[in-house]
Design a protein around this ligand. Structure first.
Ligand code: GAP
Length: 522
């Protein structure tokens, strides 16, 4: 019988992943010796490698594989008018509410969404009960479409969602508060309904420039990398002699004072984005929007994760500057959530910067003999969310044929922190020296690990747990005939091969080339 994961099973899975990430040096809570800083994480020795490999995969696919895309690295601090022009000073807000008893602060919309999720869970429980009771005869679709309790709850959810949407869209903060009261939502900490009014709270972090205090010296930590691209649009176009359509890509830190920051590295206050703005002729944006939707989903799928791990969520209600927008959602341990956004942003940003800066941000198109403000299609993915997607999809606890268990990270080989571990069977008889000789040959092209501690079985398990695709063992026969055994992480099969063949075997498996060839969509 199909086992439906309950909320707590999903939470347990996330907890296991967080524990594993810490134990093996992928992700640590930041400044942990001082009990940490909430929603802030440090990437450890393996995390930094995995992150770099994800960045390389993105950069190669987006920049190197497109002759009309270039990459930049803009400063985090920007002239503060940038954020007035982009709309972030006035409109980058979250509606917040405090509980007077616990003194805890919440996002009003998240409290309501959590309430909706509880109603949803009741429906899932009823479905699970039906399955248990009727076994193979259970027609889930029909049950969902006809059961009166389920239908009543779905109606209730729709009504709540539509009221919340209306209140958020039209800034009716009183209505949000009224909804929280009417739904009887209690503070998860104090259990009370003693709420303050709902207030808007800007998500940008501000600091002061130099030693001068006061409004004029206030600057912001960028909440998205995109604006560093927009303000450099003409610099890059002119210095690179670029012709439309062309793109500017960037990887960098972004900061948001998220009030409800949770779910590990999914929602953080300091995170990294990989963004690309593609500048096109007005009127051609929908063609490019479809192109980038295709390209980006193929980039994800090339990694070979389970079919059904991704889905598109088209935005029905669009931001005022967009004429089309979709999210690529990924099946995280806590359910389908946004991993990446693809937005057709019209000429909104460049026009705003023209207005606020007084500088023309136009492109002369020699093909149509016209000067215009280009339209923009954006792809924007959170690097940390991509990291979590890779980690959670790769983390597996397997029961082997002999009944023993192993934890394995089946990270796509091109992204794995180490590509190969080289291990002498014993610490003597010249085996360590031979192992180091092999590493010296391989390390120019592959990140290698030397490991001589513990039994060979334990060493294999350790490499499985950090996702190393290959383990090479040096034994006494190696000294005689220059052969080694090579063990595959996924099949656990071992093969005896010549040392001289290692480079080709490893390269064949771990090279990014294959990924990049797979994901080509044009
Ligand atoms: N320039 C467009 C933009 O910033 P967004 O939807 O606000 O759009 C883009 O963010 C991506 O950045 C998201 O899809 C997500 O992957 C990532 N992201 C946003 N907020 C984040 C946070 N607090 N922590 C981690 N990643 C975040």
């Amino acid at each position: 019988m199909l086992k439906i994961p309950t909320m707590s099973a999903q939470e347990d899975n996330l907890k296991d992943i967080i524990g594993h990430a810490k134990e093996y040096g992928f992700v640590f809570p930041s400044s942990e010796i001082y009990d940490g800083l909430s929603a802030t994480y440090d990437y450890g020795q393996l995390g930094a490698e995995l992150k770099n490999n994800i960045k390389t995969y993105w950069w190669k696919a987006m920049v190197h594989m497109h002759e009309n895309i270039v990459g930049i690295d803009a400063a985090i601090f920007m002239e503060p008018t940038t954020w007035k022009a982009s709309g972030h000073v006035d409109a980058f807000n979250d509606p917040l509410i405090d509980n007077k008893d616990s003194k805890k602060r919440y996002r009003a919309d998240v409290l309501i969404e959590d309430h909706i999720e509880k109603i949803n869970q009741k429906n899932e429980k009823d479905v699970a009960k039906g399955k248990k009771r009727f076994g193979d005869d259970f027609d889930e679709k029909q049950f969902r479409e006809t059961n009166p309790n389920i239908l009543r709850r779905l109606k209730e959810i729709k009504a709540i969602e539509s009221r919340m949407k209306d209140a958020l869209d039209n800034e009716k903060l009183d209505d949000l508060k009224a909804l929280i009261d009417e739904l009887g939502i209690v503070c998860p900490v104090s259990g009370s309904k003693n709420w303050t009014e709902v207030k808007q709270f800007n998500l940008m972090f501000a600091t002061e420039l130099g030693s001068v205090s006061g409004e004029s010296a206030k600057i912001y930590l960028r909440p998205e990398t995109a604006q560093g691209i927009f303000v450099n649009f003409l610099n890059v176009q002119k210095s690179g002699r670029l012709k439309i359509p062309f793109g500017i890509a960037q990887i960098g830190k972004a900061f948001r004072n998220e009030i409800v920051a949770r779910q590990f590295i999914f929602r953080m206050r300091e995170f990294e984005q990989m963004e690309m703005q593609f500048f096109v002729r007005p009127g051609e944006e929908m063609k490019w929007y479809e192109y980038w939707k295709d390209f980006r989903i193929n980039w994800h799928k090339a990694l070979g994760f389970e079919e059904g791990s991704y889905r598109f969520h088209d935005h029905i209600k669009l931001a005022h500057y967009a004429n089309a927008a979709a999210d690529i959602e990924f099946k995280f341990p806590m359910g389908f959530k946004e991993l990446e956004g693809i937005h057709s942003r019209t000429d909104f940003d460049l026009k705003q910067h023209e207005e606020y800066s007084g500088k023309k941000l136009r492109y002369f198109d020699p093909e149509i003999n016209e000067s215009y403000v280009p339209y923009v299609v954006e792809t924007s993915i959170g690097l940390d969310r991509m990291f979590l997607a890779v980690l959670s999809e790769s983390y597996k606890e397997e029961t082997l044929e002999d009944g023993s268990t192993r934890t394995v990270l089946s990270i796509p080989p091109a992204l794995a922190p180490y590509k190969v571990a080289v291990m002498p069977l014993t610490k003597k008889d010249g085996l360590p020296e031979k192992a180091r000789e092999i590493i010296d040959e391989l390390k120019i092209d592959f990140n290698c690990q030397y490991d001589e501690k513990d039994s060979i079985g334990k060493r294999y398990r350790r490499q499985d747990a950090i996702g190393t695709p290959y383990a090479v063992t040096v034994d006494h026969q190696t000294l005689e005939d220059n052969t080694v055994t090579i063990r595959d992480r996924d099949t656990m099969e071992q093969e005896r091969v010549a040392i001289s063949a290692l480079h080709k075997i490893i390269d064949n498996k771990v090279s990014m080339r294959k990924l990049l060839m797979k994901e080509k969509v044009v």
